[in-house]
Design a protein. Structure first.
Length: 189
């Protein structure tokens, strides 16, 4: 399995969720005067809203981005997921999640890769352009735009000959180690 374009430790998603949940109490002044000359009503400040990722992005886990049946099948054979940062070239999708499922109790190159992330149109165009410049192949489909690694360089392919594949939809991107694997990833963002 080729992870040359996607592997890095995941921390940004958890950090984003943690920061988004934090709010600070307003600081108040406690200076007093022995002889106040005027009194005024206490001032209240309205806190500035903190933007939060979409509910789907904030709740994304390796167990939630793929179907429950897939999670059960993988865990039943002793596999577990390792979370990674979702990257495409130099583009880091901070609200995304990449999961490498494997049996980590043995040394093996056998595993499955599933990823999902929200993505802005400009970032999607940049990512697709970069992948195509690296020799990946574009196909437009009913579900969105498929960008697939050239099969001659793929470590593994599905029954239709597709290796690692991104599917770009309206505001989201999915990734699997094969094009057929994309159907196991739940949701469209």
């Amino acid at each position: 399995m080729s992870l040359r374009h996607t592997a890095a430790p995941l921390a940004a998603l958890l950090l984003t969720a943690t920061i988004a949940g934090c709010t600070g109490a307003p600081q108040t002044s406690t200076t007093t005067s022995p002889h106040p000359t005027t009194t005024s009503a206490p001032q209240t400040r309205t806190p500035t809203p903190v933007p939060t990722p979409s509910a789907t992005a904030a709740a994304a886990t390796c167990e939630s981005i793929i179907s429950p049946g897939t999670v059960k099948a993988l865990t039943d054979v002793g596999w577990s997921a390792e979370e990674r940062e979702f990257t495409i070239g130099d583009l880091v999708l901070k609200d995304g999640l990449l999961c490498l499922w494997a049996d980590y109790s043995v040394v093996s190159d056998h595993g499955q890769l599933y990823g999902w992330s929200p993505i802005e149109d400009e970032d999607a165009a940049q990512a697709q352009s970069w992948l195509l410049s690296q020799g990946w192949i574009r196909e437009d489909g009913d579900d969105g735009t498929y960008i697939t690694e050239d099969p001659q360089f793929s470590l593994g392919t599905d029954d239709d000959g597709y290796g690692m594949t991104y599917l770009f939809g309206d505001g989201w991107v999915k990734l699997s180690d094969t094009r057929q694997g994309l159907i196991l990833i739940d949701g469209d963002g």
